[in-house]
Design a protein. Structure first.
Length: 335
């Protein structure tokens, strides 16, 4: 979830190289003549480069190639993901394993059918002159965070045998100012937003990903209902085919993806240079040796097991059947 910044109104024309990156696959694939089936993808937050693979899929006609007419609905603080998916007004939602686990424990019929972020984006950000580079560095430090995220800090400490009593928790708004002004020594945040905001102000920071220290919670996951898995499999396969192609283009040209995002949403208050940096920093979260070997969105029994362990620490116990790889297997099995 990323904060917005005032838009810069200069021309945002992509370079010829960027246009080729985004357009090559579309030129190679003829459009299908049959009528497209309507489908809605509910995003987890406001429009930004966080979802640029989906924008590429839409703008290049990848879903149309697969027989779908996809509408993208932005999320936000007043637009939760789960209700429209349960109601059937959205075929797929972008969520996270901890949110989905909580909903399933309350009776929601969800399955996770793909994982966009291979590494959870939660991070501890500190100033480069006073770095927090390891969970043990938190001892004796002041961490700024929302108190609602205490389970995250508790889980990190449990996973790394750190005594949380030695950490001073300071309730803060989601803003870099308390760190920059010296009110706290570090912040709990997403690696792709507050550190980016500081970098855009010329402030260097150290970013410690929780995922590098045992915190395994799949993020930016694709969720669908069991009913859709049973009765709309072809549409789910088509939607994921378009997503996979779009994110493949993003991986090949994140700067072009940022340009497209700002062009598509000129009234969203998106700063182009900020979006470019966010796009760059998002790449190692979404692509890995696993996705290189198996494909975008993939997850394994081992990654699921790690998620189950962390979710239990968060007080959200689930079983492995929350994850369903059959749609991805069908997509990649069909090439």
């Amino acid at each position: 979830m990323t904060p917005t910044t005032p838009i810069r109104r200069e021309a945002l024309t992509p370079t010829r190289r960027e246009a080729l990156v985004l357009g090559a696959a579309a030129l190679l694939t003829p459009r299908l003549a049959r009528a497209a089936t309507p489908a809605t993808l509910q995003l987890s937050w406001l429009h930004s480069v966080q979802f640029a693979g989906s924008y590429i899929a839409q703008s290049r006609g990848y879903w149309g190639d697969a027989g779908l007419d996809v509408t993208l609905l932005p999320g936000g603080p007043n637009a939760p993901v789960e209700p429209p998916v349960v109601a059937g007004t959205a075929l797929v939602g972008i969520s996270a394993a901890d949110y989905t686990a909580a909903a399933v424990n309350q009776g929601a019929p969800f399955r996770i059918i793909g994982v966009a972020m291979q590494k959870n984006p939660f991070a501890i950000a500190s100033l480069a002159a006073n770095p927090v580079a390891d969970p043990r560095d938190l001892i004796g430090r002041r961490i700024g965070m929302a108190l609602a995220n205490m389970p995250v800090l508790e889980a990190l400490c449990a996973l790394n045998d750190v005594d949380i009593a030695g950490i001073e928790v300071v309730p803060t708004q989601y803003d870099a100012a308390p760190l920059v002004q010296g009110q706290v020594d570090c912040l709990l945040c997403w690696a792709t937003d507050l550190p980016v905001a500081m970098r855009m102000q010329g402030i260097d920071s150290t970013v410690m990903l929780l995922a590098d220290h045992g915190y395994a919670v799949h993020s930016q996951t694709y969720i669908a209902t069991q009913d859709s898995l049973a009765n709309r499999r072809a549409d789910l396969v088509a939607l994921m085919k378009g997503e996979i192609r779009g994110w493949g283009d993003y991986h090949a040209g994140p700067e072009a993806a940022a340009n497209l995002t700002v062009q598509m949403f000129p009234d969203a208050g998106l700063d182009l240079e900020t979006q470019k940096l966010q796009a760059e920093r998002q790449v190692p979260l979404m692509f890995s040796d696993l996705t290189d070997a198996q494909g975008f969105g993939w997850f394994t029994d081992d990654t699921v097991a790690a998620n189950i362990e962390t979710l239990a620490l968060l007080g959200k116990p689930v079983s492995a059947d929350l994850w369903d790889r059959s749609i991805l297997e069908e997509v990649y099995g069909a090439g």
